[in-house]
Design a protein. Structure first.
Length: 674
């Protein structure tokens, strides 16, 4: 069975039949590459539409007492913006990338259950249209937030067809995601080519295994919550008691926290592959990273209650402990990435720039996640702009940068040509400036007390300057997205005209799924590599102790433990202090914190003793002559400086906040005694 491109533009599907050509061939295809492209393309279109909603909200919040949007329309926009980015953009893009790449990476002739995979795509796409159709309803779209807590979301407080369309649209979109997740997991577990063992899988495939396990295990909980909400809208008395009101939150957040990692793991893996390729090294700590992804997925199913600390209906001790335990697998993945780039020869192309920015920016999101996973801090910042900043540093400053790195990195695989490098660099810098200018002030806004989901604020509150900065940053983000769209459309136009970007190597064949020529590695060209390039191809992978091992690997293994232990030790000191201050019995939390520290040290041993990525994934390294030779040491020093800065930042934010909280607790206790 082969997948071949014919002269008439028709292709054979996995079942051996000739597939129709033209638009009908796309909408009825069973080719996993086309289904993946449909999913990715649809999610990017939804991103552009839903991103406009964010710009409208930032325009409303630029100045105090602004009336650019009505309060009800503002509520609709933030609801559909949050819902769309999670249900329609970040999650489906990750699954679509897996549908396209996983069969290629494991040598599978096709994806498992291809027709059901196509059905999953159409269910997802139609679910998104159903959700957006709520704006055409007389009362407007749904306006109760992406989590839609009852009784606010019932038919009494949220009447109208827009809310019903939102429930139906989310149900369809999530059902389609579950179907696509099943297909990817089935493919990677059961359809690997001969010799492709589990420990030879690329890191991206491991990320898809962990993500799809969470899709299958946690996403049905959201379907159950939506059914409960639909029943409550039919009979509002269901939510008359606290049982189902809090029960809905437990069911929803059982989905709501694992989905964060579904929107993170594939982009983390894309960044990992980019770092390895553009550093000229095998991925450091391959087995430890694979194990940490599975451990992360397991722990993610046990932390949902930290979203409910303010309700008083969650076990603070348990959910705080499990939230802090997430540091263990997260640290393994982070230092795997750092260990990959230390000692390498960095080539600062656009995918590499986006991947390097991913590391410190997502670190901010991760550290603030530990903060809000601690009850004493969460009580102060819950439902404030601090949470908005944390979420966007996770999903935009982190995952979205990984998304764009994946697009720039794998775009030549799909089209046979690179995106324009200069335009890509402009896109990168606009994103970096816009991201940090938009979301960093929100931490201060939330700490100072501005609540989330407010359409306006008073001029005497003192929030005007920070909101103005955030809105200016949003303008930078809009400009960056416009540059990205122009880059993609311009490159696709040149490809359709047969011009490309002038960066393609001689064509060795046609991509079976798209029909565009794809450059082959020089070592695989007929007759071997050209004479001028033959001396540059040096094997970098081989058995342990072989001469082909990169010389920087010994340097990394000698110095990385010091960095890791020092960084995690400092972070643990802060966390143990947090736990000890707000607990009456500090001994219990000191013991639990010591267990977490021991687990971290054990994870370090696993990471530092594990092998790098399998040798067949990086067969050759092309040295980068020139300025790149001096970059690894400089970047290592920069990484250490960033770790010190962020640790200091955590201390100066957490310690004063804890002092204020402790003083308030003591004052409250004294007042009650009097």
């Amino acid at each position: 069975m082969t997948l071949a491109s014919s002269a008439t533009g028709r292709r054979d599907d996995p079942g051996g039949r000739t597939a129709p050509s033209g638009w009908l061939g796309w909408v009825s295809t069973t080719d996993h590459k086309r289904i993946g492209l449909l999913t990715v393309g649809t999610s990017l279109l939804y991103m552009l539409v839903i991103g406009v909603f964010a710009l409208l909200m930032r325009a409303q919040l630029t100045q105090p007492q602004e009336h650019f949007l009505s309060p009800h329309l503002y509520d609709q926009l933030f609801t559909v913006h949050g819902s769309g980015m999670i249900y329609l953009v970040m999650t489906p893009f990750a699954l679509g990338t897996g549908i396209y790449l996983v069969p290629l990476q494991i040598g599978a002739p096709a994806i498992a259950i291809p027709r059901l995979t196509l059905l999953g795509y159409w269910i997802y796409a139609l679910g998104g249209l159903t959700m957006l159709a709520g704006f055409a309803a007389p009362e407007g779209a749904h306006a109760s937030g992406w989590f839609s807590y009852p009784p606010l979301a019932d038919s009494v407080y949220s009447p109208g067809a827009g809310s019903d369309l939102w429930i139906a649209g989310v149900f369809l979109a999530v059902t389609g995601s579950i179907v696509m997740g099943w297909a990817v997991l089935w493919t990677v577990l059961r359809r690997r080519t001969r010799g492709m063992t589990m420990l030879r899988l690329p890191v991206f495939c491991w990320s898809m295994i962990a993500s799809c396990l969470m899709v299958i295990g946690a996403f049905p909980a959201l379907l159950a919550a939506l059914v409960l909400l639909a029943v409550g809208r039919t009979d509002p008395s269901v939510f008359a008691s606290n049982t189902w009101v809090i029960g809905y939150q437990h069911i929803f957040w059982f989905y709501g926290h694992p989905v964060v990692y579904v929107m993170f793991f594939p982009y983390l893996a894309a960044v990992a592959e980019v770092l390895a390729v553009f550093s000229g090294r095998r991925f450091f700590g391959y087995q430890g990273t694979a194990l940490s992804l599975l451990l992360f997925a397991a722990l993610s199913m046990s932390v949902w209650g930290h979203h409910m600390f303010a309700t008083g209906q969650a076990a603070n001790d348990y959910y705080s402990l499990t939230s802090i335990a997430l540091l263990v697998p997260a640290g393994v993945e982070y230092f795997g990435m750092i260990g990959t780039i230390l000692g390498g020869r960095l080539r600062l192309r656009t995918p590499m720039l986006l991947s390097l920015a991913f590391i410190p920016q997502f670190l901010i999101g991760g550290l603030t996640g530990i903060m809000v996973g601690t009850p004493v801090i969460d009580y102060h910042v819950t439902d404030s702009y601090f949470i908005v900043a944390h979420l966007h540093y996770v999903l935009f400053a982190g995952s979205a940068f990984g998304l764009f790195a994946a697009v720039y990195y794998w775009f030549p695989k799909v089209t046979g040509t690179l995106l324009e490098e200069r335009t890509g660099r402009l896109h990168f810098w606009l994103l970096v400036i816009g991201t940090n200018l938009t979301f960093l002030p929100m931490f201060a806004l939330g700490y100072l007390g501005i609540p989330r989901r407010v359409a306006t604020y008073a001029s005497f509150d003192g929030f005007g300057l920070l909101n103005l900065l955030a809105s200016i940053g949003a303008a930078f983000l809009a400009a960056g997205m416009l540059v990205f769209v122009v880059n993609v459309l311009g490159t696709l136009r040149r490809v359709s005209q047969g011009r490309g970007t002038g960066r393609r190597q001689p064509v060795a064949g046609a991509h079976p799924g798209v029909g565009h020529p794809v450059a082959a590695p020089a070592a695989q060209l007929p007759g071997g590599p050209p004479a001028a390039a033959r001396h540059q191809l040096r094997p970098t992978a081989g058995p342990a102790g072989a001469r082909g091992r990169h010389p920087g690997e010994r340097h990394v293994k000698r110095h990385l433990p010091v960095v890791v232990v020092a960084g995690w030790g400092l972070l643990n000191a802060v966390l143990l202090g947090v736990l000890a201050i707000y607990r009456e019995s500090s001994l219990t939390y000191w013991l639990w914190g010591s267990v977490v520290l021991l687990l971290e040290l054990a994870a370090l041993l696993v990471l530092l003793s594990s092998r790098s990525a399998p040798e067949q994934h990086v067969r050759y390294r092309v040295p980068d002559r020139g300025a790149g030779a001096a970059l690894p040491a400089a970047f290592g020093m920069l990484t250490l400086a960033l770790c010190a800065i962020y640790s200091y930042w955590l201390l100066v934010v957490a310690v004063p906040l804890l002092g204020v909280a402790a003083a308030m607790a003591v004052r409250g206790t004294t007042g009650r005694e009097e």
